[in-house]
Design a protein around this ligand. Sequence first.
Ligand SMILES: N[C@@H](CCC(=O)N[C@@H](CS)C(=O)NCC(=O)O)C(=O)O
Length: 280
Amino acid sequence: MELISENRAFGGRHCRYRHTSKVNQCDMTFAIYLPPFASQQTPVPVLYWLSGLTCTDENFMQKAGAMKLAARLGLAIVAPDTSPRGDDVADDPAGAYDLGLGAGFYVDATQSPWQQHYQMYSYVTEELPELVESAFPVTRERAISGHSMGGHGALVVALRQPQRYVSVSAFSPIANPTKCPWGNKAFSAYLGGAPEQWSDYDASMLLAKQRYSLPILVEQGGNDQFLTEQLKPETLLCSARTSSTQLTLNMHEGYDHSYFFIASFIDEHLEFHASHLGLL
Ligand SMILES: N[C@@H](CCC(=O)N[C@@H](CS)C(=O)NCC(=O)O)C(=O)O
């Protein structure tokens, strides 16, 4: 693992690392924020943050304004990249922003030419936590959150492996990807087949199937330009009712899809995770 940069922030450290990923078969970059006093004697829990389309590990750390409160709470934050990268990594032939580089959708691709490198589900659920937990002063208590494509990723990861996460939250998630243009395009390419076969990567479908005790918090802007066509949070709410799962969906009039929205409500999400992680 190679350190790319290190900056002191709010008494802790923000570091970016490059490492060779076995599952993605390429170099991957991730960022970690370690709060002050995190040490082998006093390890801290981790919030994983999955970003949206076009993002890298940098967007959340630079724009969300999360580090000050994370420092005070004693919470580490890990932000992976949104796809594999490199000259030999397949990309959308037309260079579209919603498929290929920057658009891994947190799935394990099964179709050519994607399956060689696009194994983002295994990367964020297994390889990255293993690396983080062996290299940094953190516990194995994990929470997960994300935005848009990453909100979809966070929900799917936590609903598929609820025993591995204490809590899950999402900002503006793609809540029903099998029924929207972004999800249809990405899943047809990465997974092939028909929409019925993609149900394991659809948070609304997973949530309807069983009752979860996992705490779930969703934040959505009412003036989000992608709300009706791509995001569909009402489907997620409907699924939660179907399975009698407790889910809080907060709608905020006037807020859009940007990091201005995330920065406005990130404190509430950090406190939500901190309370379930026993930090409050
Ligand atoms: N129309 C946008 C769609 C991409 C977009 O809105 N990305 C969101 C996530 S879905 C984002 O977080 N962008 C990066 C940022 O705002 O820092 C584009 O072409 O860049």
